[in-house]
Design a protein around this ligand. Structure first.
Ligand code: SF4
Ligand code: SF4
Length: 302
C-alpha cells in the first residue's frame, strides 16, 4: 500500500488564520482524513461540525491518592511533594488533585505503601464524520496537561483509521508554537505548511517552527496570511524566502469574505470567490510539492 501523506498546517503562534485555512483545505481535499492536533484549543470542529461516531478516554498520567486506613501520618509525602499538593487537613493527609503533577515521588517513598497512583483520564478522543470525510479530534479536561502525549495518540489513531479506510492523505491542524505538542504534531509528517503573518515577530515565530522542521528533516512550505495588512513586511519576508530553502507557496489577503463565511459556519472554499480560488491553488501546489533544495537536510547532517 502507498505511504499515506501527512500534511501538517502550523504557525509559530496562535491567531494567524491557521485553522480557517486548514478547514478551507479540508473542504476541497479528496481521499483525506482530517485531524485536529491543536488539542489545547481544538476549534476546527466549529467549521467542520463533526458527528461523533466513537469516543474513547485519553489516559494522560497518574495522580496520587492516599489510603487513609494505611497512612501512618509520618508527613514524608507532604514534605517531599515539591508541588505542595499534599496537605494536612482535619488531622489527615490529603492530595489536592488539581495541584498533583503526577511525579510519583510520594508514591515511591511512602514508608507505609499508603499511596495509590492510578492512571487518570485527562480527556477524550473522538472519531467522527464530517461533510468532507472522517475526522479525528480530542478534548482535554480543563486544567489537564500532557497535550504532547495526546497529540501523539491522536496521530496514531489518525494513521490507523486512514489505513483502514484506504485514504491517501492525513490533513492536520497542528498545534501553534514550538512546544511539546508541536514536536508531536510534526513527528512523521510528510510536509509542513507554516502560516505566518507579515510582521517581524511573524518571521521570528516562523524561524522557530522551521528550525524544528529542519531538525526532523521535514520539508516546510510557507504561506503569508493577510499580506496586505503590512505590504512592507510581506516584501521583507518574501525576500528572505527567496534565498532560503523553504518553499513559498503564496500569500492571501485579509478578507471580510472569510470572516462572513466563518460567522455562517462554513469554510471559505465551499463557495466561489477569489480567495477560495487562491486557497485552491495553494492546495494544488501542496499536492505536487517537491522540496526546493535539500539544503535544510544537509545542514543538519553536516
Ligand atoms: S508518606 Fe505515607 S504514611 Fe506518611 S503521611 Fe504520607 S501517606 Fe501517610
Ligand atoms: S505524585 Fe508528585 S505531585 Fe502528586 S502528590 Fe505525589 S509528590 Fe506531589
Amino acid at each position: 500500500m502507498a505511504k499515506i501523506r501527512e500534511i501538517v498546517v502550523v504557525s509559530g503562534k496562535g491567531g494567524t488564520g491557521k485553522t480557517s485555512i486548514t478547514a478551507a483545505f479540508a473542504a476541497i481535499a479528496k481521499d483525506t482524513l482530517i485531524c485536529d492536533l491543536d488539542v489545547d484549543v481544538p476549534d476546527l470542529y466549529i467549521l467542520l461540525q463533526p458527528t461523533v461516531q466513537k469516543t474513547s478516554p485519553f489516559m494522560g498520567g497518574n495522580k496520587a491518592q492516599i489510603v487513609q486506613d494505611t497512612c501512618q501520618h509520618c508527613e514524608n509525602c507532604a514534605s517531599l511533594c515539591r508541588f505542595d499538593a499534599i496537605r494536612l487537613k482535619n488531622g489527615i493527609y490529603e492530595v489536592d488533585e488539581t495541584a498533583c503533577e503526577g511525579c510519583g515521588v510520594c508514591y515511591t517513598l511512602c514508608p507505609a505503601k499508603a499511596i495509590h497512583f492510578p492512571p487518570c483520564q485527562c480527556g477524550q478522543i473522538f472519531e467522527s464524520e464530517t461533510r468532507f470525510g472522517p475526522m479525528v479530534h480530542a478534548e482535554l479536561v480543563p486544567g489537564q496537561e500532557n497535550s504532547g502525549k495526546l497529540v501523539s495518540v491522536l496521530k496514531s489513531k489518525a494513521r490507523s483509521l486512514a489505513q483502514e479506510k484506504s485514504l491517501s492523505t492525513i490533513l492536520c491542524d497542528g498545534s501553534p508554537g514550538i512546544g511539546c505538542p508541536v514536536v508531536s504534531s510534526l513527528s512523521g509528517a510528510s510536509l509542513v505548511l507554516a502560516v505566518i503573518e507579515p510582521t517581524v515577530s511573524g518571521w521570528h515565530d516562523f524561524e522557530r517552527v522551521a528550525g524544528v522542521c529542519d531538525h526532523f528533516h521535514i520539508p516546510c512550505c510557507v504561506l503569508i496570511n493577510r499580506y496586505d495588512l503590512n505590504p512592507a513586511g510581506t516584501a521583507q519576508i518574501e525576500e528572505k524566502l527567496e534565498t532560503s530553502h523553504y518553499t513559498y507557496v503564496g500569500r492571501l489577503p485579509f478578507s471580510e469574505e472569510l470572516i462572513r463565511a466563518t460567522n455562517r459556519g462554513i469554510c471559505i472554499t465551499e463557495e466561489k470567490s477569489t480567495l477560495s480560488d487562491q486557497i485552491r491553488d495553494i492546495w494544488a501546489q501542496l499536492q505536487v510539492f517537491t522540496p526546493k533544495t535539500a539544503r535544510g537536510v544537509l545542514r543538519h547532517l553536516a
